[in-house]
Design a binder for this molecule. Structure first.
Ligand code: NAD
Length: 458
């Protein structure tokens, strides 16, 4: 039951990356007064100037509209943020720690302490970043240490499920809102902070389920959801491995099992596996945290999920060697003297995010094996160049394919799915294609004279 009575609070989003900037902009669009805060001055200057610093369909227009309407501002000043908002959402990065397993909470710590010491009235601090269970309690302690005690600052948790590429829709029309709270006041403040979302749903005759729970559950919901999704992808990729030796076709298998609504066909595409700034780091951090809590055994399967996922990347290398007629030695195949076009650098289409992208990882493996690799991506070139400066990049799909002995499609951008295999065949030196996302029409490509290999397909 929604609590009533809370007025429309002023909102701050600390950390204006993919998550925080999208939230700040969309909540301004819902009518809230919003302040976006980041320590990255260049990012804040861009946002304040009306440019979204990353690729997200539809977001630029909303940014400009809400800046112009005066509902949305950006700052690098903790003090201004502390004074402005009633509810502060923590949206900073929580990358994988250098030791490879747990989450690095140093940005969360910096944001919370930086904010807390400047607070001058009662406010709610809401965690949104993906974190190990127990972080909300730790933030309460940090706040207790750094904020004036008489203000009664409270903490809450509200995990985030947005998908890059669909982020605007996911924020304005989420399929659920989960909040972890300890008091009626925090519950009411968070309800008021999301009232715009519920109101929009009501005008569209939809309902947004609201789950109100404790801190630990709210934190776990996010990592559990990501663990499930990663497992679903690795499950079908494991089936792809079996299909490869048994002569089956994993795309038909996935379609057939996906008709069962208990299984469902979404997130059931075999390919080069998952990547991005969330799933890989989140399942590793989840295992590390479970281990610390004494429940390591419960999540041992996530280690397998990770390994299955990483094996798909080396599978592309093996397929490339097969197609190019190169033998594999103990150090892997020697692809020297071959030229390979890698189409796709982002971890998924409609994003410019290359964090832990399988496509770039495969490109690096191919280059290490001696191939002359040429990478092209519709949106991710700038980030890819920064992440993998040693690879060669081409300005268009045609340029990448020209003279290539092998084409690897590793991100399922529409440009690649809809590419004309006849025209590309005229540019390539050899008509060999690896469809790392099973996203091409194999019959069309084969008909155009290409030797086609999918993932988990005969
Ligand atoms: P990001 O790297 O794009 O953004 C993080 C931002 O935090 C950067 O702009 C950085 O400058 C800023 N920052 C660092 N220290 C700061 C500080 N002290 N104060 C204010 N800002 C600071 O990362 P992201 O993809 O937006 O992810 C943020 C969090 O949200 C992560 O925990 C991630 O797991 C989670 N998440 C991300 C997504 C997604 O699709 N990207 C979805 C759900 C949850």
């Amino acid at each position: 039951t929604p609590p009533s009575g809370a007025a429309r609070p002023r909102l701050a989003f600390l950390g204006t990356g993919y998550l925080g900037a999208t939230y700040a902009i969309c909540f301004a669009e819902l009518g809230y007064e919003v302040l976006g805060f980041d320590v990255d001055e260049a990012k804040i200057a861009k946002l304040a100037g009306g440019a979204v610093p990353f690729h997200e369909p539809g977001l630029d227009e909303l940014l400009r509209r809400n800046l112009a309407a005066g509902r949305l501002r950006f700052t690098t000043d903790y003090k201004e943020t502390a004074h402005f908002a009633d509810v502060h959402f923590i949206c900073v990065g929580t990358p994988q720690r250098a030791d490879g397993m747990g989450a690095d909470l140093s940005y969360v710590e910096a944001a919370v302490t930086g904010l807390a010491q400047h607070l001058t009235r009662k406010a709610l601090i809401v965690g949104k970043s993906t974190v190990p269970v127990g972080t909300a309690e730790w933030i309460e302690q940090l706040v207790g240490k750094h904020a004036p005690a008489d203000l009664g600052i409270e903490v809450a948790w509200s995990p985030e499920f947005l998908q890059e590429g669909f982020a605007v829709e996911d924020v304005l029309r989420p399929n659920r809102i989960v909040i972890g709270v300890k008091s009626d006041w925090a519950n009411a403040m968070l309800y008021a902070s999301h009232k715009g979302v519920f109101d929009l749903a009501a005008t569209e005759d939809r309902e947004v389920p609201l789950v109100v729970t404790d801190f630990a559950t709210a934190e776990l919901v996010k990592v559990a959801a990501n663990a499930f999704l990663a497992t679903k992808i690795s499950f079908i990729n494991a089936m792809a491995e079996v299909c490869e030796v048994a002569g089956g076709d994993v795309t038909m298998l996935a379609r057939s099992i996906g008709y069962d609504p208990r299984i469902g066909n979404r997130f059931l595409q075999a390919g080069v596996g998952f990547g991005g700034g969330c799933l890989p780091k989140d399942i590793r951090a989840f295992q590390a945290r479970a281990q610390e809590l004494g429940a390591g055994e419960a999540l041992r399967f996530l280690h397998e999920v990770d390994l299955i996922n990483l094996r798909r990347r080396t599978r592309v290398l093996t397929l490339a060697a097969e197609l190019l007629g190169r033998r594999s030695g103990p150090a892997g195949p020697d692809l020297s003297g071959t030229r390979v076009a890698v189409l796709g650098a982002t971890f998924k289409p409609n994003s410019d995010d290359v964090r832990d992208a399988p496509s770039l990882a495969v490109a690096a493996l191919l280059a290490k094996a001696g191939a002359d690799v040429r990478v092209y991506d519709p949106e991710g070139m700038e980030n890819a160049r920064a992440a993998q400066p040693d690879l060669a990049y081409e300005p268009s799909m045609n340029d990448a394919v020209r003279g290539a002995d092998l084409v690897c499609v590793l991100t399922e951008w529409a440009d690649f799915r809809n590419a004309d295999p006849i025209a590309l065949g005229e540019l390539a030196a050899g008509r060999r294609v690896i469809d790392g996302r099973n996203c091409l029409d194999s019959a069309l490509w084969t008909h155009a004279g290409w030797e086609y290999r999918g993932m988990g397909r005969p």
